[in-house]
Design a protein around this ligand. Structure first.
Ligand code: AOF
Ligand code: ZN
Length: 334
């Protein structure tokens, strides 16, 4: 299952609106096939692994065991049901990690497979397998995208420096680490103020993956008052920029969910972050902290109306990046 998770990881950020899934086929202790789901509309992980085994040696498939990070699907979607493909291949045992949160599948594979005489084990490395599909789980069960909030701030919680100083707070290595988060998501959200103040590109550029399409750039704006010459309106990816006007944060998320956006990264500014936390819509935080004190002339990282209650963060991880620090975790919502 660890190897199946390694396979699944190769699809992270590429499979929306499907989850990343990996699979390994074993016969008498020997791996005879492996694969992962590359892209929605392409074969599922199990089919990739079955094909791999078929190429290697089709005689070994009957009687073997298939490991998959997610419960196999049992319906015709963009592709056929994996349960049928598994039966047809003569697999004798199926081991999976997470239950498929998609209501069309959840919990149905076990009965289908066992009634075909196939033995089934579930929940293997359940926590790791569920972690792999966190964004998909939220989107398929609520219709809302999974939200990552990213901030780069000074020690005193400011995202700007006093007037006349440069724009950057965090180090180049922290910023490049932050840009790589873009490889995990379908869209980046910013407020119009960030376009006006920073004219950011919001593109994926230091990722080695050439498979990944540029994330959509979603700008929340009341006035639509932004320079036409901004990078997001003029560069080669300008057709992947959406302006959402006059929508409350949750309505904007709903709209994105309906457009098949499974995960988003909020990159500022302070007002949008404030709205996202006020709406209790943030699923993951990534906070970069730099060794600098900006003082009260600097803008606070979370703006907008005061929060009614503070937000507790769980599953905290702390990672030094040179003299900057990255803190990640999951907000705990009531
Ligand atoms: C699997 N293996 O690798 C994945 C699964 O439209 P389709 O045919 O691509 O089906 C999409 C649904 O299948 C998706 O919503 C989720 O429930 C499941 N994903 N299932 O057996 C896979 N990616
Ligand atoms: Zn499937």
């Amino acid at each position: 299952m660890h190897l199946a998770l390694d396979q699944a990881k190769r699809g992270v950020g590429l499979t929306s609106p499907n989850p990343p899934v990996g699979s390994v086929i074993v016969n008498h202790g020997k791996i005879i096939g492996q694969g992962y789901h590359h892209k929605a509309g392409s074969p599922h992980a199990e089919i990739e692994a079955l094909r791999d085994a078929q190429t290697y040696n089709p005689k070994l498939l009957p009687g073997s065991t298939i490991y998959v990070t997610l419960e196999p699907c049992c319906t015709q979607g963009r592709t056929g049901p994996c349960t049928e493909a598994i039966k047809a291949a003569g697999i004798k045992r199926v081991v999976w990690g997470a239950l498929d949160p998609n209501p069309r599948h959840a919990g149905r594979a076990q009965e289908i497979l066992t009634s075909a005489g196939i033995s089934v084990s579930t929940g293997v490395l359940d926590a790791e397998c569920r972690e792999m599909i966190r964004p998909f789980s939220k989107w398929i069960t609520t219709g809302l995208p999974y939200v990552i909030a990213k901030v780069g701030q000074s020690l005193d919680g400011r995202i700007t420096r006093p007037p006349g100083e440069g724009q950057w707070i965090t180090s180049e290595s922290a910023r490049s680490h932050g840009r790589r988060l873009r490889a995990r998501v379908d869209a980046i959200i910013v407020g119009a103020g960030t376009i006006r103040a920073d004219n950011p590109q919001l593109t994926l550029r230091d990722s080695k993956s050439t498979l990944k399409e540029q994330p959509y750039r979603v700008i929340l704006s009341r006035s639509c008052n932004m320079p036409e010459t901004s990078h997001v309106f003029t560069d080669e990816h300008k057709n992947r920029t959406w302006v959402l006007r006059d929508l409350a944060f949750l309505d904007a998320l709903k709209e994105l969910g309906q457009r098949g956006i499974v995960s988003v990264l909020i990159e500022g500014g302070a007002d949008v972050l404030g709205q996202a936390f006020a709406a209790q819509a943030v699923d993951e935080i990534v906070w970069y902290i730099a060794p600098r004190i900006s003082g009260s002339a600097g803008l606070s990282s979370i703006g907008g109306a005061p929060l009614a209650s503070s937000v507790e963060i769980a599953d905290v991880k702390v990672m030094p990046l040179g003299d900057n620090v990255c803190i990640t975790g999951h907000p705990v919502w009531p």
